[in-house]
Design a binder for this molecule. Sequence first.
Ligand SMILES: Cc1cc2nc3c(=O)[nH]c(=O)nc-3n(C[C@H](O)[C@H](O)[C@H](O)COP(=O)(O)OP(=O)(O)OC[C@H]3O[C@@H](n4cnc5c(N)ncnc54)[C@H](O)[C@@H]3O)c2cc1C
Length: 358
Amino acid sequence: MNSETSVDHIIVGQGLAGSCLALQLIKEKKRVLVVDQFDKHSATQVAAGLFNPITGRVMSKTWKADILFPYLHDFYREAEVLTGSKFFHPMPLYRPFLSIEEQNEWMGKSAQQDFKDYIASVDTHEAHAGLVKNPFGGLTLRQAGWLDTVTFTETVRHYILNHGFFLNDAFHEDSLILKDDVVNYLNYSARKIIFCQGVKTLSGKLFSWIPIRPLKGETLTIQTDAKIDTLYNRGVFVVPDTGKVGATYQPNDQQPTVTEAARNELQSKLDELVCFPYRIITQSWGIRPTTPDRRPILGPHPEHPNAIIFNGLGTKGVSLAPYFSKVLATWIENRGAINKEVDIERYKHYNYGGNIPR
Ligand SMILES: Cc1cc2nc3c(=O)[nH]c(=O)nc-3n(C[C@H](O)[C@H](O)[C@H](O)COP(=O)(O)OP(=O)(O)OC[C@H]3O[C@@H](n4cnc5c(N)ncnc54)[C@H](O)[C@@H]3O)c2cc1C
């Protein structure tokens, strides 16, 4: 008796990358098997889930914002309708100014075409009374918000169970057989296998050579009676509803634990930002899969074209995963190309089989 189950594609890992890709493929009526071993410290489970079109120390428009942001709004809204669940929370993001000079700078920028779609208002006087310290006013951004990544992945997991196959288990590369036109894993056969493993790709075999740079981050969860309906962000962010505060960037620390240094850093930045009383409930840590050029990595293995990677979502998985999962799903079905900026090709020549810079 032949007990082999045939699917179109196997996905390894169900964080933001694997979840978005599974949804894209199922929407295209593909049969998928997803293999994921839940890890409460995976980047997706720890993430605050913020999406913010204007970021960084110099506050510039984030890479490809004009494409990624309209796409992510449509994608998560559609995913909510598809699954009958609530996890997408678009809301304004308020960033207090630190000086009159900064206020003037944003008055100017708000008139520029490039920023007009993202700036809701520029306050020149104190706003959000009793909640944040903002004597010089602040900037309110639109198209921002947060994704409840825990509910999103839980919901997608159920959706996969109802519309495909799901193995709640560790994926063992030793049980994988890659042939020219077929992939076999346990009793499943597929056309392609896509690895969406975050930093755990570094402990595998096929894609351990790609330059994923682990970047640890920690968050606090606070409890407060203050009524917050806006994301606050300056030094740290505060997410309404979940009370998440974060996040740190600890490139030289890979200890699998929370640290006192991170707690102190977050608490002192929070005290500079907010004026409401709060209590710290928990502290969490996770590791982001970043890349040297801060762009995702998509595409086939140099020697095994039916083994594919989707990784490198770095610090912005919530805004990158929807659009680039679509790019990858379209490419997998031979209906589109992978943008050069994110193609695995760019690392193949100097990394694959050679000295791997980490
Ligand atoms: C503290 C912190 C705060 C963050 N805040 C934000 C934020 O506000 N906004 C934002 O956009 N991004 C944020 N990020 C970044 C975001 O979390 C990542 O970009 C994103 O979650 C990466 O998703 P991923 O699916 O690539 O990897 P992961 O989340 O690591 O998921 C990989 C999954 O694959 C599974 N897996 C791997 N190998 C195997 C195997 N062999 N067998 C079975 N399962 C396997 C893992 O267990 C995991 O479930 C934050 C990250 C951290 C750490």
